[in-house]
Design a protein around this ligand. Structure first.
Ligand SMILES: Cc1cc2nc3c(=O)[nH]c(=O)nc-3n(C[C@H](O)[C@H](O)[C@H](O)COP(=O)(O)O)c2cc1C
Length: 178
């Protein structure tokens, strides 16, 4: 059998700088249980203490990508079979919808639609930010491009002060089904 025939499907997990990113290992573990190979691409801000980068690299067996490669370097990951953005911030959703590609994470997202692979987004955006009209426009534009969004998650605690479940596996359900 050829290597192509035996390789697992490759999932890009794009991680943005939201507090919930600290738990992204749950998504990676769930994806690996479902037989995805995972490569993590993080926004530069997310690399600044939002999640345990060493633990993620140990779990995926690959370096996290955040900076652009130099022109002579090969592409670090295989082409994606699917892309998930989890958590997705207000900032990244708006820049992606506007076609801004000034970080590796955004460039990857802008290109992903043109690759024709399934893309799922788990937003983590406070209600006060989500009320900005640009955000609604961005969601509409990205949905129109075929991007699949999970229901809104504001990350705000209920009456008991605890944070509701983020439901990381929703990202896998969104890219695997339909
Ligand atoms: C502790 C902390 C938690 C944050 N959580 C969120 C969040 O849940 N959602 C969000 O949209 N922005 C959040 N932000 C703001 C983003 O980090 C900020 O907008 C940043 O520019 C996002 O960069 P990125 O989209 O490139 O990852 C948070 C910032 C801090 C310091």
């Amino acid at each position: 059998m050829t290597e192509q025939a035996t390789r697992k499907p490759f999932l890009y997990v794009v991680v943005c700088a939201a507090g919930i990113a600290a738990d992204v290992g749950e998504l990676i573990a769930a994806a690996q249980e479902r037989d995805w190979e995972v490569g993590v691409i993080a926004s530069p801000v997310a690399m600044n203490g939002f999640f345990d980068t060493a633990a993620v690299e140990a779990r995926t067996g690959r370096p996290i990508r955040s900076a652009w490669r130099t022109p002579g370097e090969p592409r670090p990951f295989p082409a994606p079979d699917a892309v998930v953005v989890a958590p997705a911030t207000f900032n990244t959703v708006n820049k992606w919808a506007a076609g801004i590609a000034d970080t590796l994470a955004l460039g990857t997202l802008c290109e992903a639609v043109g690759l024709g692979v399934p893309i799922a987004v788990l937003p983590c955006v406070a209600d006060a930010l989500a009320a900005h009209p640009a955000y609604g426009d961005s969601l509409e534009r990205l949905r129109g491009m075929g991007v699949r969004f999970a229901e809104p998650y504001a990350g705000e605690g209920g009456q008991d002060g605890g944070r509701p479940e983020f439901g990381w596996k929703r990202a896998l359900d969104l890219v695997e089904h339909r």
